[in-house]
Design a protein. Structure first.
Length: 271
């Protein structure tokens, strides 16, 4: 069950798309929404740059343009808080805050760095998700979102779930069902896929008829191709984080998929 959603923002255009997803999910689950930004120590406050909740709700036809901000919780059941974190290291500042407050879901924009650029600069979004192990919805640079920024309409009918023997998908599938249930997404919307010869053992929930489809090919490229062919609205991936030196340099399978995914990706830690 989702009770709190955290959305770290860097005020970029990609962050605006991620904000629309965080706000829509908070509305549908009646969750608290925490908007966070890290500023360097001594930097002036940036309150005016935070995503404008009331304006987006008015655009979606859920509030009047001149209704006070305080009406959001009373009218829609969503408590919105804005937090500025003063820290010289954005990753560490967010990491410490999230570990203290433990949201049920994070929604992050990622800029999709690859190759040398990623090795030199890394990805704040990926590192935060990996270190906190909180379920994280990534809105990648090539992703077509499932929430319309203009209308607020949500379309979430096809969820591609790549599964493997390691990490075991059992816990991640349970968490996924808990997250998607309040959104009205039925188990039949999940399309389980294994890249390899023998699928892992899956125990579907009562009433669900899950079949793990098999395919072959390079894992990352195959998942991306399948997501595009199936017109997936979401990729949900169990992940175990980095498993060695190669992963540390290139990123885990989940991280490499999110950088080029045609739709948002939900990372679910298997541990």
């Amino acid at each position: 069950m989702i009770r709190t959603i955290a959305h770290p923002t860097d005020f970029s255009q990609a962050g605006e798309r991620a904000f629309a997803h965080a706000l829509r999910l908070a509305l549908d689950t009646r969750s608290g929404l925490c908007l966070m930004h890290v500023k360097e120590t001594g930097e002036e406050d940036s309150w005016s740059s935070f995503p404008h909740v009331r304006e987006m709700l008015a655009r979606w036809g859920l509030m009047g343009e001149h209704e006070p901000q305080a009406q959001i919780e009373a009218k829609l059941g969503v408590r919105v808080t804005k937090v500025e974190i003063a820290h010289d290291d954005p990753t560490r500042g967010l990491f410490e805050f999230i570990l203290t407050h433990r949201p049920d879901l994070m929604v992050l924009a990622t800029h999709g760095r690859d190759g040398l650029q990623r090795y030199l600069r890394g990805s704040v979004s990926e590192e935060i998700a990996r270190r906190t192990q909180v379920p994280t919805l990534f809105i990648g640079p090539e992703a077509q979102g499932f929430v319309d920024e203009a209308s607020g309409e949500m379309r979430l009918t096809r969820v591609l779930v790549p599964v493997a023997h390691e990490p075991s998908p059992r816990r991640a599938l349970t968490v996924l069902a808990d997250l998607l249930g309040p959104l009205g997404v039925p188990p039949s919307a999940l399309q389980l896929l294994h890249v390899g010869d023998a699928p892992p053992e899956i125990t579907p929930p009562a009433g669900a008829d899950w079949v793990v489809e098999l395919t072959t090919g390079p894992v990352v490229e195959t998942i991306l191709d399948q997501a595009a062919q199936r017109l997936a609205d979401l990729i949900a991936m169990p992940t175990a984080g980095h498993q060695g030196v190669l992963d540390a340099l290139k990123g885990s399978t989940t991280e490499r998929v999110v950088r080029h995914a045609p739709c948002p990706l939900l990372a679910l830690h298997a541990a």
